[in-house]
Design a protein around this ligand. Structure first.
Ligand SMILES: [Fe+2]
Ligand SMILES: [Fe+2]
Length: 298
């Protein structure tokens, strides 16, 4: 029996009070990030309220990559933000908040909040880079979209961990991805549920649309999406999601690799050469990020 819209609503209702609420910091950060005129000081005021973000910023700014060899240690937020730049600071703040959110859920032994978070950070970095590579707008918001796209998996873990574990095992046995298992078994879909959670949290409609449709290849089936820009961002996140599997970055519950969809490539006007060129750049960027990512998970 297929899971109906009412079923999703009742899952969300039954999870009320159990799911971690959207951290206030993240809510404010996303609002500010969506505002292209937001200044460094606005972000600074939010960060000051969250010691875990502040300490991550200090760890990262004091690496050789940013501080340089032999330079004095940076211990003040203003100096750190100056050195890192607005973009980097926003991403560290978001990454920290999302990891805290993931760690609020109990994971089964073969899966961990850290591995899903690394997958999500990878999709966020790939999506933001791809938008830049293709000269598309909304780069700021696309990072958040990548970071949140699999949020429905948290809700599935909370709602029925036993069943989710069975799905993970079946996915492994049958070499299918989580989404394919959900479809073949008419199970609870993490994408649909993720969209519902974003709606419940009241975060940006773009992030909600990406969470809801990041596995739907056909634009005509993304029922409530009307504008072309949102379709393109969903395509970008979908493409980046597959790319993380291909380059084996993080773990989102399965290891099934799908080749980049030719339909998405055509819609994003990417040739085979573009994909290869993008992949090389992305692998280099992720390699550079590895040290910073280790700071979060250690
Ligand atoms: Fe997914
Ligand atoms: Fe994913």
């Amino acid at each position: 029996m297929k899971v109906s819209a009412e079923d999703y609503e009742s899952i969300i209702n039954s999870l009320k009070g159990q799911l971690p609420s959207l951290p206030l910091v993240m809510d404010e950060l996303m609002t500010i990030i969506a505002d292209p005129n937001a200044a460094l000081y606005a972000i600074r005021d939010i960060i000051k309220l969250d010691p875990s973000i502040f300490s991550q910023i200090l760890k990262i700014v004091n690496t050789v990559q940013y501080r340089g060899d032999g330079e004095p240690r940076i211990s003040n937020l203003n100096d750190a933000m100056q050195r890192l730049g607005l973009e980097k600071v926003k991403r560290i703040a978001l990454n920290t908040s999302v990891l805290t959110l993931f760690k609020g859920i109990t994971f089964p032994s073969k899966f961990s909040p850290e591995s899903l978070w690394i997958h999500s950070v990878g999709v966020a970095i790939a999506s933001a880079n791809l938008v830049e590579f293709l000269n598309l707008p909304l780069a700021d918001q696309v990072y958040s979209c990548g970071l949140i796209h699999d949020i429905g998996k948290l809700a599935k873990l909370k709602f029925d961990q036993e069943n989710f574990c069975m799905e993970l095992n079946r996915a492994e046995e049958s070499k299918l991805n989580n989404h394919q298992i959900e479809i073949t078994q008419n199970g609870i879909r993490h994408d649909v549920l993720g969209g519902e959670i974003c709606k419940e949290w009241g975060i940006s409609p773009l992030i909600e649309a990406v969470a809801k449709w990041h596995h739907e290849l056909e634009r005509s089936k993304r029922l409530d999406v009307e504008d072309l820009e949102t379709h393109k961002i969903i395509d970008v996140v979908q493409f980046s999601n597959e790319m993380m599997k291909e380059i084996e970055f993080g773990f989102s519950g399965h290891n099934v690799k799908l080749t980049p969809s030719s339909r998405i490539m055509r819609r994003l006007k990417m040739s085979e050469n573009d994909v290869d060129e993008f992949k090389i750049k992305l692998v280099q960027e992720l390699e550079q990020e590895k040290e910073n990512i280790a700071f979060f998970t250690s």
